[in-house]
Write a protein that binds this ligand. Structure first.
Ligand SMILES: C[S@@+](CC[C@H](N)C(=O)[O-])C[C@H]1O[C@@H](n2cnc3c(N)ncnc32)[C@H](O)[C@@H]1O
Length: 247
């Protein structure tokens, strides 16, 4: 299985999300974070930061670090962000040796962690990287109840030089994991048309309660909150606050 979107196809990632309003999503998330956090600092970590679309807005207000598994995504982020520090790492095992006021895992990226044990391990990593009073924000991928099997989906993008169509029919790999085998057609100026059919994404379907429970097990006070519905994403955020006095 290969997930080409974050490697060979990384340069098309931003085009696939061109309609997503990262600026207003980041503003909604900041409003909520400021309501719930009790640690006053400005250190923010985005795990699975991708091409830096959230970081570019967060860094206007916070001192940001971005972590991602895939160097091609970080190479694009490096060109986008101004002051954020970017590191290659796996969100289920990383250790940056310092703590943050805010840790965020956004846009359903948590789904790339498979199985309850890996989820708990990752959320513990997130919690250990929080200062006392700090807040963890996870925007979930689709929950098992929301996932529709057999649904055809088509995302398109076009400008004068590039036309892209990406199609998939949603399937289940098993009861808790979505299997999305994307088919791409990419037409670029002065190049042969490319057809890619082995961009395969397996995404765990966690209920919000499973995410909140992983936060509680990691010692955080957990709850969820609704934000204005984003383009292609959940209107819910799962929030975990580290008690003051807990290292
Ligand atoms: C849907 S993209 C979201 C990127 C970014 N948050 C955004 O919204 O634009 C998922 C990201 O998760 C990253 N990723 C997948 N598994 C990961 C892991 N185990 N650790 C860190 N990053 C991971 C991918 O490289 C990709 O950049």
């Amino acid at each position: 299985m290969s997930t080409l979107l974050y490697s060979q196809l990384a340069r098309y990632y931003d085009r696939m999300y061109a309609a997503k309003d990262y600026r207003s999503e980041a503003a909604d998330q900041i409003r909520l974070i400021e309501k719930v956090r009790r640690s006053p600092g400005r250190e923010l970590l985005v795990v699975a930061c991708g091409t830096g679309r959230y970081l570019e807005h967060f860094e206007k207000r916070f001192r940001c670090t971005g972590l991602d598994l895939n160097p091609p995504m970080l190479r694009i982020a490096r060109r986008r962000v101004k002051s954020s520090r970017l590191v290659v790492g796996d969100m289920s095992t990383f250790d940056l040796g310092r703590q943050f006021d805010i840790v965020a895992c956004l846009n359903g990226s948590i789904g790339y962690l498979h199985g309850a044990r890996t989820l708990r391990q990752a959320v513990k990593r997130f919690a250990d990287h929080l200062k006392p009073g700090g807040v963890l924000v996870i925007s979930p991928f689709v929950s098992p109840e929301e996932f529709v099997v057999g649904r055809p989906l088509l995302h398109t993008y076009e400008d004068a030089d590039v036309k892209i169509a990406r199609a998939v029919v949603s399937r289940l790999k098993n009861r808790n994991v979505a299997l999305l085998r994307f088919h791409w057609l990419i037409a670029e100026r002065n190049r042969p048309v490319v057809h890619v059919d082995d961009d395969v994404h397996e995404l765990a379907l966690y209920s919000h309660e499973a995410l909140l429970e992983a936060m509680r097990r990691a010692g955080l006070a957990a709850r969820r909150a609704r934000v204005p519905a984003p383009v292609r994403g959940s209107p819910w955020l799962c929030l975990g606050t580290k008690p003051l006095g807990r290292p």
